[in-house]
Design a protein around this ligand. Structure first.
Ligand code: ZN
Ligand code: ZN
Length: 128
């Protein structure tokens, strides 16, 4: 672990109505969430809200919570499914690691500034 703040310090809360939507997924819903992007990024803040298991022809989906600086709860706030960033760290080796952020995210890839969540936070069998 780095002692430096490397991910974005912005933070938001899961609202009660959103919490109901986010039950029954692979992640335990966190009431308070930190932005997962690199510090100083452009655009909206973004954090992982939930991972939903696919099945019956439905692919697994990762839900992201997106909000604007200083306007955590205005109309730009939304929860939406986003495809994963395709970049891999050390692809093809045992140290291979996924970025963990959505495709097209601003800032560096997740593996370049430290993972905000560890594998221990994810139930085996859930795809991100
Ligand atoms: Zn942010
Ligand atoms: Zn990436």
């Amino acid at each position: 672990m780095s002692v430096y703040q490397v991910s974005c310090p912005a933070r938001t809360l899961i609202l009660d109505e959103e919490d109901r939507l986010l039950q029954d997924g692979g992640l335990e819903p966190e009431p308070a969430l930190w932005c997962m992007l690199e510090a100083g990024h452009s655009g909206l803040h973004l954090t992982l809200a939930q991972a939903l298991r696919g099945g019956d022809g439905v692919p697994p989906v990762t839900l992201w919570l997106r909000w604007a600086e200083g306007a955590e709860y205005d109309s730009r706030r939304e929860i939406l499914p986003l495809p994963p960033c395709p970049e891999r760290f050390l692809a093809g080796t045992v140290q291979e690691d996924a970025c963990g952020l959505p495709e097209g995210h601003p800032g560096r890839h997740g593996f370049e500034f430290g993972p905000p969540i560890s594998e221990a936070d994810i139930t085996p069998g859930w795809l991100l």
